[in-house]
Design a binder for this molecule. Structure first.
Ligand code: SF4
Length: 193
């Protein structure tokens, strides 16, 4: 797929940051309990918060000049994973795998935290890792929106570097905590763009 320069730069920056976030959340997942797909005997068993998402909501937050390109890349990637899901209406979900998108997840999906219920005063990441979920989600949303809406993404190099450093430090912090689970869905290979 031929991409103009601004789009290509935004796609590169977006996938870099979302890929780092995806790895961080995988480390969190091993060390926390709140993932809805883990809940036994519930409507979420095996699927989690993707259960009620279809294609259009799964694209929430993909805005700016690279929106259509990112959506096309998502549609290309899912072709590497034949089959379907009977437990989610999202086309990017696969049973026993979860989401196939990795570094192409939308802002809505990559910033969603299951173990956070402000009405109940429940915030597993705060209690377990000292990371406030509401701050994390708002920071992620702001970073990704800044990347996607940039008119001149070549100016973002330092910003991207600082964001990746911050995510890396948070990932290292999380990895110091004990692993609680080994029963996560099989991880799927992330193909290169
Ligand atoms: S895109 Fe991925 S994370 Fe988002 S709802 Fe679909 S399967 Fe779930």
């Amino acid at each position: 797929m031929a991409m103009v320069n601004t789009e290509a730069t935004i796609v590169s920056q977006y996938t870099t940051v979302v890929g780092a976030l995806d790895q961080m959340f995988q480390e969190m997942d091993l060390r926390s309990n709140g993932s809805l797909w883990r809940w036994k005997n519930s409507p979420f068993e095996g699927v989690g918060s993707c259960k009620y998402i279809s294609k259009s909501p799964s694209e929430s937050g993909l805005v700016g000049p690279a929106r259509n390109t990112l959506i096309e890349l998502r549609q290309q990637r899912v072709k590497d994973f034949p089959g379907s899901s009977s437990v989610s209406s999202c086309p990017y979900h696969r049973e026993n795998h979860g989401c196939v998108l990795g570094n192409l997840k939308s802002p809505l999906c990559i910033s969603h935290i299951d173990g956070y219920d402000p009405m109940a005063g429940y915030d597993e990441l705060r209690d377990r890792f000292g990371i406030k979920s509401n701050h994390l989600t708002s920071d992620i949303s702001w970073i990704l929106r800044s990347i996607l809406e940039s008119n001149d993404p070549t100016q973002n190099s330092q910003f991207i570097s600082e964001a990746c450093n911050g995510i890396s430090q948070m990932t290292q912090h999380i990895k110091r905590f004990p692993i609680l689970h080994t029963d996560k869905p099989t991880q799927v290979a992330i193909s290169k763009i």
